[in-house]
Design a protein around this ligand. Structure first.
Ligand code: GCO
Length: 451
């Protein structure tokens, strides 16, 4: 069995991680510009000031995408590049960049898949309270309108928010990611609620005013528990844990707290029971605003945790065995997370599924012959894609896969220490070198299958 006909094979990036040009042509600052200047927040005080300088190299980079043969490119739009203060005056030059990027992609037959928010929140709006401010949903709708007016004659594929689990959980509760807030649970939940309201308003704007019929989704993290053994009771235990609305270590690390409101119109019951005492601000009337029909479920999956049942059928979370494969990030390599994650989410929400991110960091370098021999990445992608095929065989409506990432790039608080690209970037010279994995992925795309 191959992948479905017309399967979307893509590559993904995000604005702050690759664009650089942090103050070029009237761009405003984002909370990541702030965090990068805050000692102790980002390793070695690395910044996205220059990154891959994609803002000035985008033509070259779109050539590379077509060399790889990807039929789709997932990129994000920098809100403060387009509207420097987040609301109000539009920066025509910033908007123009995305206009030209989209034209370049289309001229190469690459479908643009635009993410509206991948974490680079306008600093000016953060100073007004950011996601804690109830008006943030209107701000996001205003920004969405500007983008839709400019691009929707050519862009049909839209994602609203990328990984709310991270920019809320890590950004507003754990305090690691920008804007680096360690808020009490009540305020973290409020920021989350407003982000979900923003998603809903943004969907409405796209739906009501896009010039081309839009295909709208979003890209949360997949928080995945998967069964080691394929017996039904193990599968159901893994499913139940994957769908838990409550996690002790980090209450924001769940699927259902985000996706149930968006797709089913209510917060999950277990989460509500655990958190409602922290939600004195909660107004159930907001749920209708959050719960707008969407067309697909995008999910970012890098790994998951295996589970088993003990002799009393109580589920037990398992650590990977000692010495098991790990990425340069020290993340577990757990290919079945992709199969089960996609299947469980498809079963619960019934939407067409796209893997909007999957990939690994490794310590890649250019060898004496000028090649980047990233055989580990090839093996990683092969194993995960074989598992994705099983999800297809299980009956999940999987329509596409976006490899993270096209280019080595700025990995948030880890700066440039993690290379996730199919393409190596020399940050001194900005020279791009296709890694062996890029050629391997090109062959997968051509065959629509894996050897
Ligand atoms: C995302 C991601 C990317 C990361 C990737 C690897 O979280 O959507 O944060 O921006 O670079 O996940 O960590």
């Amino acid at each position: 069995m191959t992948f479905p006909k017309d399967f979307t094979w893509g590559v993904a990036t995000s604005a702050y991680q690759i664009e650089g040009a942090w103050d070029q042509d009237g761009k405003g600052q984002s909370v990541w510009d702030m965090a990068c200047r805050w000692p102790g927040k980002v390793v070695n005080m690395h910044t996205g000031d220059i990154a891959c300088n994609h803002y000035n190299f985008y033509q070259n980079d779109t050539d590379i995408i077509s060399q790889i043969g990807a039929s789709a490119y997932r990129f994000s739009i920098s809100w403060p590049r387009v509207i420097p203060n987040g609301i109000g005056k539009v920066n025509a030059q910033g908007l123009d960049f995305y206009d030209k990027l989209v034209d370049q992609l289309l001229s190469r037959n690459i479908a643009p898949w635009a993410t509206l928010f991948h974490w680079d929140y306008p600093l000016a709006l953060f100073r007004k309270g950011g996601w804690l401010n109830r008006d943030s949903a209107d701000w996001f709708a205003e920004y969405t309108q500007v983008i839709v007016d400019k691009l929707s004659d050519r862009v049909s594929h839209w994602m609203t928010l990328n990984e709310p689990q991270c920019f809320i959980g890590s950004g507003h509760y754990l305090g690691s990611d920008a804007p680096c807030l360690k808020l009490p649970l009540s305020e973290g939940l409020l920021a989350c609620h407003n982000a979900l309201r923003s998603h809903g308003k943004s969907v409405q704007v796209i739906r009501n005013s896009a010039k081309n019929k839009p295909f709208i989704g979003w890209a949360p993290v997949g928080v995945i528990k998967y069964p080691l053994c394929e017996e039904p009771k193990h599968i159901e235990a893994a499913r139940a844990l994957t769908m838990s609305g409550v996690f002790k270590e980090n209450p924001f690390w769940t699927n259902t707290w985000y996706s149930d409101p968006v797709i089913l119109g209510q917060y999950p019951e277990d989460g509500m029971q655990a958190y409602c005492q922290h939600m004195d601000w909660y107004d159930p009337c907001d749920m209708a605003e959050i719960n707008q029909p969407i067309d697909f479920y995008g999910v970012n999956i890098y790994n998951g945790q295996a589970i088993t049942l003990d002799e009393n059928d109580t589920p037990k979370l398992l650590d990977q065995p000692q010495g098991a494969p790990r990425t340069a990030f020290n993340w577990d390599i757990t290919p079945p997370a992709l199969r089960w994650g996609v299947k469980f989410l498809h079963d619960r929400y019934g939407l067409p599924m796209y893997v909007t991110e999957n990939g690994m960091s490794s310590h890649d370098w250019i060898d004496c012959e000028g090649k980047v021999q990233d055989t580990q990445r090839i093996d990683y992608l092969r194993r995960y894609l074989l598992e994705l095929k099983k999800a297809v065989a299980d009956g999940a409506d999987v329509r596409g896969y976006f490899q993270w990432s096209l280019l080595d790039n700025f990995e948030w608080t880890y700066g440039y220490t993690q290379r996730f690209g199919l393409v190596h970037v020399d940050y001194e010279t900005q020279k791009r070198t296709l890694k062996q994995s890029a050629y391997w992925y090109r062959d997968v795309i051509q065959k629509n299958d894996i050897d």
